[in-house]
Design a protein around this ligand. Structure first.
Ligand SMILES: Nc1ncnc2c1ncn2[C@@H]1O[C@H](COP(=O)(O)OP(=O)(O)OP(=O)(O)O)[C@@H](O)[C@H]1O
Length: 308
C-alpha cells in the first residue's frame, strides 16, 4: 500500500512529542491520522513511547495494521476534531490500551484539515469526567440522554460509595424494557412491584435511595426509556453467545453484554470488586468509568473549537 512520507514539520513535531512524553511520563501517544503515512517512521521518531493510531478511514486503518501498530478504529467522520479526539481516547480506554489516571500525548490536525500540527498533553482522569456527556450523546440510542445520565450517575455513586462500608456491585438495563422483561425472570420478590408509575421514576431522590439499598441484592434493575423502574432483582436470561469480553469479567458483566446484544437496551454494570462502571451496547463495552475520588461532574460543552 502506498505511503505518504512524513513532512519535515511533522518530523519536528514528533521529536518534540517524544521529549514531552518522556518529560511528563506519558503512558502512550495517540496519533489521529487521515493520511496513510509511513507509520514505521512515526514509531521510530517516538522510540520508547507506545503508539496508538486512531482513524475513521479504511485505507489508513489498513496501513496501521499492515505496519503492526495498535489501531483504534473510529466509526465515522466526526463533526469536529475535538469530538474525534474524545472518541479516540474513550475507545482506547474501552480497549484497555490506556487507563484513567494515565497521562498521554495526542498528535492531531488542530489547525488545518489534514496537517498534523498540534500536540496536546492530556490527563485522562480529568478528561474522562469532562467527556462523559458527549460520549453518551455519541451512543445513538433510543434512550434519552437525561435517563441515561441519571442511571450512570446512580451507577457511579453505587460503585464509589458502596453501602454501609461494603462494596456493592449491580446491574441496570435501560430501554427496550418489554423485551428485557421477557428475557429475564424474577430473582427476588420485586420491591417496586405494585407501586404506581409516578412513584418509580429515577428522577426522584427517594427512588434512587431505595435503588441503592436494593442494589445489594442479586439481579438487575430494568428501567424504561423514560426512567421508570419496571423491575428489580431480575435475573437476565439472554444467551451469552458470540460475545468476547476482557478476561477477569464475571457473570454479571457477561449478562450485561448478552442483554445489550439481544435487545436495544443499554446495560450498565457496576463491578463489586473494583467499583468500575461499564456501559454495554450491542454486546460490547462502549464506555468505562473508573471510580473517582471526587464526584463526577457533567460538563455540557457549549462552545466548540474552530470546525474544519
Ligand atoms: N444473569 C444474571 N442476571 C442478573 N444478575 C446476574 C446474572 N448473573 C450474575 N448476576 C449478578 O452478578 C453477581 C455475581 O457476579 P460475579 O462476581 O460472577 O460477576 P462479575 O462480572 O465478576 O462482577 P463483579 O466485578 O461485581 O464481581 C450475582 O450475585 C448476581 O447478582
Amino acid at each position: 500500500m502506498p505511503r505518504t512520507e512524513l513532512p519535515a514539520s511533522l518530523v519536528r513535531l514528533l521529536k518534540a512529542a517524544r521529549k514531552l512524553a518522556i518529560d511528563a511520563e506519558c503512558r502512550a501517544a495517540i496519533l489521529l491520522a487521515e493520511i496513510a503515512y509511513e507509520f514505521e517512521e512515526v514509531k521510530k521518531l517516538l522510540k520508547g513511547i507506545p503508539l496508538i493510531v486512531a482513524s475513521h478511514l479504511p485505507e489508513v486503518q489498513e496501513a496501521v495494521v499492515e505496519d503492526g501498530l495498535t489501531l483504534v478504529p473510529l466509526n465515522e467522520e466526526p463533526q469536529t476534531r475535538q469530538i474525534q479526539l474524545s472518541q479516540s481516547l474513550l475507545e482506547a480506554i474501552a480497549d484497555d490500551l490506556v487507563q484513567t489516571g494515565d497521562r498521554i500525548i495526542a498528535v492531531y490536525a488542530g489547525f488545518e484539515r489534514e496537517n498534523l500540527d498540534t500536540l496536546s498533553l492530556i490527563n485522562l482522569s480529568e478528561h474522562l469526567a469532562r467527556l462523559t456527556t458527549r460520549d453518551l450523546q455519541r451512543l445513538e440510542t433510543q434512550v434519552p440522554l437525561q435517563t441515561l445520565r441519571k442511571v450512570v450517575d446512580l451507577a457511579v455513586e453505587v460503585g464509589r460509595e458502596g453501602r454501609e462500608g461494603k462494596k456493592v456491585g449491580t446491574l441496570f438495563v435501560v430501554g427496550n424494557h418489554r423485551k428485557v422483561l421477557e428475557m429475564s425472570h424474577e430473582g427476588i420478590h420485586d420491591p417496586f412491584r405494585g407501586y404506581p408509575r409516578k412513584e418509580k421514576m429515577i428522577t426522584s431522590p427517594r427512588v434512587r435511595e431505595s435503588m441503592k439499598e436494593i442494589a445489594q441484592i442479586d439481579g438487575a434493575f430494568v428501567i424504561s426509556s423514560d426512567g421508570c423502574v419496571m423491575g428489580a432483582g431480575r435475573m437476565l436470561d439472554a444467551p451469552a453467545e458470540e460475545l468476547t469480553l476482557s478476561k477477569g469479567l464475571g457473570s454479571r458483566h457477561w449478562a450485561a453484554a448478552a442483554i445489550s446484544k439481544a435487545t436495544n437496551a443499554i446495560a450498565i454494570a457496576v463491578s463489586e470488586s473494583t467499583g468500575t462502571v461499564r456501559l454495554f451496547q450491542g454486546g460490547v463495552v462502549v464506555l468505562r468509568i473508573e471510580p473517582m475520588l471526587q464526584a463526577m461532574k457533567w460538563h455540557d460543552v457549549d462552545t466548540e473549537p474552530p470546525g474544519e
